[in-house]
Design a protein around this ligand. Sequence first.
Ligand SMILES: Cc1cc2nc3c(=O)[nH]c(=O)nc-3n(C[C@H](O)[C@H](O)[C@H](O)COP(=O)(O)OP(=O)(O)OC[C@H]3O[C@@H](n4cnc5c(N)ncnc54)[C@H](O)[C@@H]3O)c2cc1C
Length: 282
Amino acid sequence: MAEGEFYRAASPREAAGLLAQHGGAARVLAGGTDLMVAVNKRKFKPQVLIYLGDAGMSGISQEGDALLIGAATPLNEILASPLVADKAPLLATAIKQMASPAIRNAGTIGGNLANASPAADTATPLLVLGASLKLVGAKGEREVPLAEFFTGPGQSVLAADEIIAQVKVPAQSAEAKWAYRKVGKRKAQSLSVVSVAVYCPLSGGKVSGVAIALGAVAPTPLLATEAAGLLNGKALDEATIAAAAKAAAEATSPIDDARGTAWYRKRASEAVVKQLLTELAG
Ligand SMILES: Cc1cc2nc3c(=O)[nH]c(=O)nc-3n(C[C@H](O)[C@H](O)[C@H](O)COP(=O)(O)OP(=O)(O)OC[C@H]3O[C@@H](n4cnc5c(N)ncnc54)[C@H](O)[C@@H]3O)c2cc1C
């Protein structure tokens, strides 16, 4: 970085404008817990860094039935938020199991999503809650459902001059059941080998609008829509749960890597979905 340039953007639009001005040589920097690891490993050498910490993109508020979380909000701030604990406890539960307190103090929700890792731990709770992203570009802004954001490992629909400015999270229904489990190689400082989030609204003892998402078992965080479809309108009995867990595992397309084999990930996907649904069934 000796000959590089460093900017502090004062707004999301200014950050996007700087990205447009500098093209592929520029990267935005939030907490740096992914980006600087890549730089240190010499995977990439940015010529221009645009820091988002002063761009007015941090903070959590409520708008109607939704939470608005600034993309540059540190993960620990989200974890400590009474609003998130009340309206989106599923998200807080997932964040609590991420990395370590030090990494969560720096790492942001926007960085976790923009990095587009299949193992991004905020993705699965946000997918099942139906979150959407406000993307700000040099020429305007748009809202994209998170379910349409990821396109492949490390890839998303973000244009070269766009940043994620805000994450909109519909509040959980107080009656809904939900569950989250992360399987890693260790309890802390560990990327997911498999993660599963389940959100299960109930109506008259039957589930309706259930959503299941899995992480680290496909090229992108995955919404298991077929598995969820098998549950809707039904009681959570043993046979229904087993069928849904099998369908969820069939939707995965894992790979072998240093953290686990594809075989293990598929088996674990089925087992964890089954476990969580059984817990929700009481
Ligand atoms: C030891 C360690 C443990 C970790 N454990 C976990 C874990 O358990 N689970 C997990 O999911 N992750 C984990 N991570 C990864 C990382 O901490 C998270 O992904 C974190 O949320 C990244 O946020 P950041 O603000 O640090 O992103 P940065 O490193 O600043 O940026 C990451 C990427 O996103 C881009 N970017 C950042 N913000 C935006 C934005 N608003 N709009 C557009 N692009 C943006 C950057 O240009 C860069 O390409 C771990 C990392 C480390 C080093």
